[in-house]
Every structure is written in structure tokens, then in C-alpha cells.
Design a binder for this molecule. Structure first.
Ligand SMILES: Cc1cc2nc3c(=O)[nH]c(=O)nc-3n(C[C@H](O)[C@H](O)[C@H](O)COP(=O)(O)OP(=O)(O)OC[C@H]3O[C@@H](n4cnc5c(N)ncnc54)[C@H](O)[C@@H]3O)c2cc1C
Length: 511
């Protein structure tokens, strides 16, 4: 304990997901004595990688896009800490269950138009119009995410960009992703995969009002190349941990925080599951906000009562996605596509199927033809698989938390593999050496996601800049010294890191 301040650390960060790591690394670099506390035995949360059947597999899908629009890698010198990206080109192959072919989305807009001209010529003009409108919005959103949002910062960004993208951003923010995309495209083979990456990967129906900005998913790939860290997604959290430790930070793994303790209106300490009390004047929770306010906050001050009541009354959404890791003993090849597919392959169901899938989540319904995001990571990074082997990473949506009969022993993963085999060259299923499936119940028990739900900031950029839900958009809470970061805060889910950096900048400003 520091006898001058009476604390063990200046700051405790709860949760070493990539956002907690980013936040902790910035604090330590600023000279703040920081302890990072993580419940799991390893850092990285859902952005980590782990060993399975001799291969290295990622917990998330895992194409890194938004992280590469931030200054974090440069500012924290992550290359020197082992981070190295391989670019993935084409950025993505887009398919639909009702058709055999794919069109390729490239970093370059013209190459994308060429691919569309060969497969869905009727939507080439629509895509040109879409790119003209959406790319400035994608640039505006990613640039604006690189600072803690305030009304003033939005005006400054808008002025700096000469107003480009602002009117579109505001218009799209109010609409559904389906409405926005249908105003450009006629063919579901084009907008179906965009919906999969928009509302579907957030567990929402394509008709959900306010999801219109999800339409920028394709445009983001024109703003920055898709990348994968060499060594798997987990190479990013490992590099962040190394940067944090090099700045004098300390980490405690396999240590679960059970309460955040206050004295008066100020945070005083956290208590861990073994009863240890760690005193600190600043606590940053990089975990689920509901757990933070409702389950962990002990004797909250009266000023926080309405916030605690608000989170206590919220219905918690259940998980909606599952991911398979499969080790193969032969090179996987797509039917009808020449070459070795390194890019993520998106296979979209129809819009009606998506609606039914989203609506049925609460009743445990699973679509016959789920939305799929598949890739074979060892094509781009051969070191991930043992010699002579390959890996399939397969994300399936929507998959409910409460599956009738439960997930253990479910035959659904085998069904998804058979569906995918229909798009692969013969011999694919016979090449399977080992497979596992991480389902919502496991995201809950292994990754501490309540009900297996991977959270995301619920508002759009506009609500963030207006300061709605201040604990999520400003990272501060009515409890003095208690801050929030993570995917539930602005700018939201994905391996992005902007929330971790913004929260750290907010804390440093307060200091
Ligand atoms: C199947 C799937 C596929 C995805 N694919 C992609 C993709 O391709 N590209 C992309 O950009 N994003 C993808 N994502 C999203 C992305 O992985 C997440 O949004 C992001 O990793 C969340 O990071 P985080 O740091 O905010 O939270 P988390 O990663 O959830 O980290 C929170 C940490 O807090 C810890 N914790 C919880 N409770 C406690 C406690 N009581 N005490 C101490 N520690 C605690 C947890 O163990 C965890 O390590 C995917 C997500 C999933 C689930």
C-alpha cells in the first residue's frame, strides 16, 4: 500500500478483454499505477486465441478492421511488442443460400464493381452510388470514434471533413439497415451479406429501426484493409499486455472481481473472489455494465440510485451466436471458386429467414439455413495449424441462448457442417479431424458474458455525441472514480479498442 495515498494502486481495471488492456496500457503509460484484474487464466476475452487439437483457434471470427482505423498500435508501439498484421484481399466473399456463386468485396471500390459486373450486373450502379455515399460516413464514424465524444468534437470533425457524410449519417441513423440497403440494391445476393454483418451479428432483425448505420459494413472495407494478426487474433491482446507490463503495469489473472466498494460518493476498492480487498481511487470496469452496477456495486451513493435502478430494470438480451473451430487434414476448397480461399466467406439467408430467426430467438428457434461467416485462417497464416492440417472457423447466427433441450449434445453443429459441405468440394466432411462449438451457454460460463450475450453500444454516434446514456457514451458514472469501458460503451462491439482508449483519456483528463 502507498502510505501517502492509502491505496494499493491508483487505478484498477476490471477485465482484460482488448478494451480493458488498451485502457490499462494507456493509464500505465501515463504514469498511473495500474492493476489489471482478469477472471480468466489468459488475457484477451473474446478477442483471444487458444489451442485446440494442436491448432491455434480464435474465439471471434476474426477479421480485424476497426482496430486498424485507430492510432493505438502506433501510440503504444505494438509492433515492437510483436503485433504484425497480414492483409486479407479480397476483403470478403459474399454468397447467398439461394445461389451457388460469390461476388468479392475488395479494398478497392473499382475491383468490387468489376466483381459485381460479373455476377450481379444489375446492382453495379447501385453499388457505385452506395460507395459514394457510404465511404464518407465510414470515414466520419471511424475518425469520430478516436476521441471521447462531445457535442463540440462532433462539430469539429464535421468541420474538418467539410461536412462530408454528416447528412447521410444522420439520415441513416434513424432508419433500419434493410431500408438503407434497399434504397441502393435490388438483389438480396448483394444486400443479404451486408445485413449479416450489420444487424444480424448484433442479434437484431434487419428491420430494427436505428440500425441503418450498419449499412457501412461494406464501406469500412474500402476505408481500411481487413487484417489478421500473425499468430491469431490473440496476438493483439498479447502485444497490448506486453506494452502494459513494459510501462510498469501489473496484472492478476484467474482473479474474479466480486464487488466494487464505495465510501460516500467515491469508489474506494474492489474485492476479489478470494476475499482480497484492493484499494484504488479509480476503478474502470471493462465488463458488462449491468453486472457492474447491479451485481458488483456495493453501498452505491444516493446519486447513483437511479442509474442502478435503470440497469436493474433492463431486460438482458440472451446470446445469439455460436462459433465452430474445426481441424482438417486436407486443404478446404470451395465448390466453383478457383484458388485457396483466405477471405471470410459470408453466406446469407433470405431476409424473411432473418426476420424469423431474430423473432424466434426468445423461443429457442434455430433457422434451417443460418447466416454463416466462414474462413480458413491457416491459408493466410500457416503457422496456426500443425503441418499438413487446416482450420475452419465457422460462425453461425442466430443461435439462441435457451435452446430447447440445451446445447450440450445438440446435433445442430453437425447440421451446419453438412450445410457448409454442400458449398465445398467433395471430401470436406471426411477431412475433419476434430471439431468443437462455442455456444451461448459457453460464452457465459467460459467468457463471463451474461447469458452468452456479446454486448454492443446500443446507441449510434448521434446519441453518443448528444451524451445520451452518459455512462456508456462518456465512460463516467455518478460514482466518483468509477469509469466504464468495453464493447457496451461507444463506439461498440468489434475488435476496435477505441472505447478503451477513450475511457483512458477520460480518466487521465479527470486526474
Ligand atoms: C463469435 C464471435 C465472433 C466475432 N467476430 C469478430 C470479428 O470477426 N471481428 C471483430 O472485430 N469482432 C468480432 N467479434 C466481437 C469482438 O470479439 C468483441 O466485441 C470484443 O472482443 C469485445 O471486447 P471487450 O474487451 O469489450 O470485452 P470482452 O472481450 O468480453 O472482455 C471482457 C473481459 O472481462 C473479464 N471479466 C468478466 N467478468 C470479470 C470479473 N468479475 N472479474 C475480472 N474479469 C472479468 C472477461 O473474462 C473478459 O476477459 C466477435 C464476437 C464473437 C462472440
Amino acid at each position: 500500500m502507498d502510505v501517502r495515498t492509502g491505496t494499493d494502486y491508483d487505478a484498477v481495471v476490471i477485465g482484460a478483454g482488448h478494451n480493458g488492456l488498451v485502457c490499462a496500457a494507456y493509464l500505465a503509460r501515463h504514469g498511473v499505477r495500474t492493476l489489471l484484474v482478469e477472471a480468466r487464466a489468459d488475457v484477451g476475452g473474446t478477442a483471444t486465441s487458444e489451442s485446440f487439437a494442436g491448432a491455434t483457434v480464435n474465439i471471434c471470427n476474426c477479421d480485424h478492421l476497426t482496430f486498424r482505423t485507430t492510432p493505438i498500435a502506433d501510440e503504444l508501439g505494438l509492433t515492437a511488442h510483436g503485433l504484425c498484421y497480414v492483409d486479407i484481399e479480397p476483403a470478403q466473399l459474399n454468397g447467398h443460400w439461394d445461389s451457388d456463386g460469390y461476388w468479392s468485396l475488395h479494398h478497392d471500390v473499382d475491383e468490387t464493381l468489376e466483381s459485381l459486373a460479373g455476377s450481379v450486373p444489375g446492382d453495379v450502379d447501385g453499388y457505385r452510388r452506395f460507395a459514394r455515399d457510404a465511404v464518407p460516413v465510414a470515414r466520419l464514424v471511424t475518425e469520430a470514434a478516436n476521441n471521447p465524444p462531445t457535442r463540440g468534437s462532433l462539430l469539429a470533425h464535421t468541420a474538418r471533413r467539410g461536412g462530408r457524410g454528416v447528412a447521410t449519417m444522420l439520415r441513416w441513423s434513424r432508419r433500419s439497415a434493410l431500408e438503407v440497403l434497399r434504397s441502393y440494391f435490388d438483389d438480396e445476393r448483394v444486400y443479404g451479406p451486408a445485413l449479416v454483418e450489420g444487424p444480424v451479428v448484433w442479434g437484431l432483425s434487419p428491420d430494427t429501426p436505428g440500425t441503418g448505420l450498419a449499412a457501412i459494413a461494406f464501406a469500412l472495407r474500402h476505408v481500411t484493409p481487413v487484417g489478421r494478426p500473425i499468430g491469431g487474433s490473440g496476438a493483439l491482446p498479447r502485444a497490448l499486455l506486453s506494452a502494459f507490463l513494459a510501462s510498469g503495469g501489473e496484472v492478476r489473472l484467474s482473479t474474479r472481481v466480486t464487488s466494487i466498494d464505495c465510501i460516500g460518493d467515491t469508489v474506494r476498492s474492489v474485492t476479489t473472489s478470494d476475499g482480497t480487498v484492493i484499494k484504488a481511487g479509480i476503478v474502470v470496469s471493462a465488463c458488462d455494465p449491468r453486472r457492474t452496477f447491479v451485481e458488483w456495486l456495493a453501498n452505491p451513493p444516493s446519486g447513483a440510485a437511479s442509474l442502478v435502478a435503470k440497469w436493474a430494470s433492463m431486460v438482458h438480451q440472451g446470446g445469439y451466436e455460436s462459433k465452430m473451430d474445426v481441424v482438417l487434414d486436407a486443404a478446404p476448397l470451395l465448390a466453383g471458386v478457383p484458388g485457396t480461399p483466405a477471405s471470410t466467406i459470408v453466406i446469407s439467408p433470405t431476409v424473411d429467414e432473418m426476420r424469423r430467426g431474430a423473432d424466434g430467438l426468445a423461443d429457442g428457434y434455430v433457422m434451417e439455413r443460418p447466416a454463416m461467416l466462414a474462413n480458413f485462417p491457416a491459408y493466410a497464416d500457416p503457422g496456426l495449424a500443425p503441418a499438413g492440417r487446416h482450420i475452419l472457423s465457422l460462425e453461425a447466427l442466430y443461435t439462441p441462448y435457451a435452446l430447447p433441450g440445451g446445447w450440450p449434445g445438440s446435433e445442430l453443429p453437425d447440421r451446419w457442417m453438412s450445410r457448409l459441405a454442400g458449398r465445398m468440394q467433395p471430401g470436406f466432411l471426411e477431412s475433419v479431424v476434430a471439431q468443437r462449438t462455442v455456444t451461448p451457454d459457453l460464452y457465459e460460463s467460459e467468457f463471463h458474458l451474461p447469458m452468452g450475450h456479446a454486448t454492443s453500444f446500443p446507441g449510434g454516434p448521434l446519441s453518443a455525441f448528444m451524451g445520451l446514456d452518459r455512462e456508456l457514451s462518456r465512460y463516467e458514472t455518478p460514482v466518483r472514480g468509477l469509469f466504464l469501458t468495453g464493447a457496451a460503451t461507444f463506439p461498440g462491439a468489434g475488435v476496435w479498442g477505441a472505447s478503451g482508449r477513450n475511457a483512458a483519456l477520460t480518466v487521465i483528463r479527470r486526474l
